[in-house]
Design a protein. Structure first.
Length: 202
């Protein structure tokens, strides 16, 4: 049976599994270094017309690191990438109807990968702060953000920092949209000071 953990251990990958271009590159690099490719299939039975056994190919070619031909390696790798989409399902951030629609997923994945890449690669210099108040919104069941991580935003402003916690997971905004829109309208209506001002520059 296919197992993501076994696959990652076999190729020696220890990086992030966020659905980003960096993750894809890392998986591909580890895969080609750890698992040899050869043009003659190891699954001789398949050449005689038998049904292709994906689990057998995974155990033999990937876990056993015996390598294989294109179809013996590509199908297990496809299943690994499917595991990344499963992570999005776990966070409950995309409707099941979209995740099950290949055409819609092709349209959505570039934006999804860009979001994860930005989150992975951007780091605000610690000396840079703003002077305006900051309001942090977080979900009480978010597996990706702890309350202390949400509170850490206070380091980025010399003004007040308020943390508002809503019931829900990582994408709580989809179920609490009306409340959040009301909060945003209140903030924008009350603001008279213009855009945020940098206190200190990098």
């Amino acid at each position: 049976m296919f197992d993501v953990g076994q696959y990652l251990a076999a190729i020696g990958y220890r990086g992030s599994l966020d659905p980003s271009l960096r993750t894809l590159r890392g998986l591909q690099e580890c895969h080609v270094r750890a698992v040899p490719y050869h043009s003659r299939p190891d699954d001789i039975a398949f050449l005689t017309g038998a049904e292709f056994d994906v689990d057998q190919a995974f155990q033999h070619s990937i876990v056993g690191r015996a390598g294989g031909s294109c179809y013996e390696l590509n199908e297990p790798f496809r299943q690994l990438l499917d595991g990344i989409v499963a992570e999005v399902r776990r966070l409950d951030g995309t409707a099941a109807s979209i995740l099950g629609d290949q055409e819609l997923m092709r349209a959505a994945l570039p934006s999804l990968r860009a979001d994860y890449t930005a989150a992975e690669t951007y780091r605000c210099p610690p000396e840079v702060t703003i002077s305006c108040p900051v309001t942090v919104l977080t979900g009480d069941a978010d597996p990706q953000t702890t309350s202390s991580e949400a509170r850490a935003w206070e380091r980025h402003t010399s003004g007040a920092c308020e943390v508002r916690t809503y019931s829900g997971g990582h994408f709580f905004v989809t179920t609490r949209a009306n409340e959040i829109m009301a909060l945003l309208r209140h903030h924008f209506a009350a603001s008279e000071s213009g855009p945020p001002v940098l206190d200190r520059y990098p």
